[in-house]
Write a protein that binds this ligand. Structure first.
Ligand code: AMP
Length: 429
């Protein structure tokens, strides 16, 4: 970033309550009814600045409470406006995120007269068109579907004063930046812009330099987030025994609500089939599932009908499920940052949770990159007899791993003599 160091605020743990934040009493009531007691670090950092109308870059991922960190200032700033035109636009990468933000908006803003509309693909245009034509002051949209509406000529952004770019790095990963730029070229320049992104790849830095004015940068350190309340462990396992190991792990009744991450849609379906054959009910969400299938899967998981939700990373973005006891990385993510996103789904908003990773020998390099990002080794748990990666033991450490506790971000960095895949361009998916 080009912003001076003094503008970069590493946000400490919250010392304030919502009563200390500059929010109208009706919004504080909404917050209370959501069951939030104290602001999360990103909320404490962003809200006081955002209500003043200043641009913000928030580096924070799902699970940090970032949605309320931008929705509350939007509501606060729009409270006294007349009803009708679109004042605020939130661009977000997936329909799940759009729906989730709209759900939060309804709850947080229920004592206001402000209305929101979610605009996303995969469903009919009619209701969305009606909302855009004059029903909603706050529009939460995925870029492609919003452009479809804009091309039809009835979206009037002349009153727009606030723009949020949510999960900007994910929008980049999903190839949405050209659409985002097209939308940005057609909305008023005189506005407040807030950009939230877990990471700041060069394209996002460029975007922020182009479209934000003197932003305040609010950083929630990902390693701190990953460390807070999450216990990490890993099993080195033969790739064709991963399902057996997962089933073995599920004997632990503490694994009551398990989010299982796999790399591809195909692997998600295959795992769900294998589990079903063994009598274990699992819900599945991935990009090829229809909206109604996804909703059903999520509802089944939320209601506790299935103990497992098998998901690909993109499909799981923004999916809001309370009380996930364990995140299982059935596959090591290709990008280390994704690990942080995934484990952020357990121990949400400062609760406790467990992250378990099944690592095949082929994935050890990628897993080492995750450990480098966290700045700490993840303890290896003992793999049950016969499920290990085979006779070649080259993956073993020269020093025994620490067990059971995650040593946190201040722990010594990993030794430099292990292969980390450095210099390899991370694959996008
Ligand atoms: P987000 O990062 O916006 O996806 O939010 C993650 C989860 O944290 C959601 O389930 C929110 O309802 C919850 N959450 C947001 N803010 C707070 C808060 N201040 N206290 C407790 N939970 C919160």
């Amino acid at each position: 970033m080009t912003a001076p160091e003094s503008q970069q605020n590493a946000v400490p743990r919250p010392a304030t309550t919502f009563d200390d934040l500059p929010l109208h009493v009706t919004l504080r009531q909404g917050v209370r009814e959501m069951g939030y007691h104290e602001p999360t670090p990103i909320q404490e950092g962003a809200i006081p600045t955002a209500v003043l109308g200043r641009d913000i870059i928030g580096t924070a991922q799902t699970g940090t409470g970032k949605t309320a960190a931008f929705l509350l200032p939007i509501l606060e700033r729009l409270l006294d406006r007349p009803r009708g035109p679109i004042y605020a636009l939130v661009l977000t990468p997936t329909r799940e995120l759009a729906l989730q933000a709209e759900g939060f908006l309804k709850k947080l803003g229920r004592h206001t007269r402000l209305r929101g509309a979610a605009v996303y693909g995969g469903v009919g245009m009619g209701d969305q068109e009606r909302a855009l034509r004059g029903g909603a002051e706050i529009v939460i949209a995925t870029p492609g579907r919003l452009l479809d509406h804009m091309q039809r000529g009835y979206v009037d952004f002349r009153s727009l004063r606030i723009l949020i770019l949510d999960e900007a790095d994910r929008m980049l990963d999903m190839g949405f930046l050209p659409d985002v730029r097209r939308i940005l070229s057609r909305i008023p320049r005189d506005r407040q812009t807030m950009l939230f992104s877990a990471t700041m790849p060069p394209e996002i830095v460029r975007l922020s330099q182009e479209f934000l004015k003197d932003p305040r940068i609010i950083r929630v350190d990902p390693t701190t987030v990953a460390a807070a309340g999450v216990t990490h462990r890993a099993y080195v396992v033969s790739p064709d025994r991963k399902t057996d190991l997962l089933i073995e792990l599920l004997r632990d009744r503490e694994m009551s609500s398990v989010l299982v991450f796999v790399r591809t849609k195909h692997r998600a379906d295959r795992l769900a089939r294998q589990l079903e054959q063994r009598g274990i009910n699992a819900s599945v969400i991935h990009g090829d599932r229809s909206q109604s299938q996804r909703v059903r899967a999520l509802e089944g998981f939320r209601a506790g009908h299935s103990r497992l939700l098998v998901a690909t990373d993109i499909a799981a973005r923004g999916v809001d499920v309370e009380g996930v006891s364990h995140v299982v990385n059935y596959d090591v993510p290709r990008e280390p940052e994704t690990y942080i996103h995934r484990v952020g789904r357990t121990a949400r908003a400062q609760r406790r949770g467990d992250a378990v990773t099944l690592v095949s020998r082929e994935e050890l390099d990628e897993f080492a990159r995750v450990e480098r990002l966290l700045g700490s080794e993840i303890p290896r748990a003992e793999t049950p007899e016969g499920m290990g990666p085979g006779p070649t033991q080259s993956y073993q450490r020269s020093t025994p791993p620490s067990r059971g506790i995650y040593r946190g971000p201040s722990a010594p960095r990993l030794g430099g003599n292990r292969p980390h895949g450095v210099g390899r361009r991370p694959r996008r998916y």
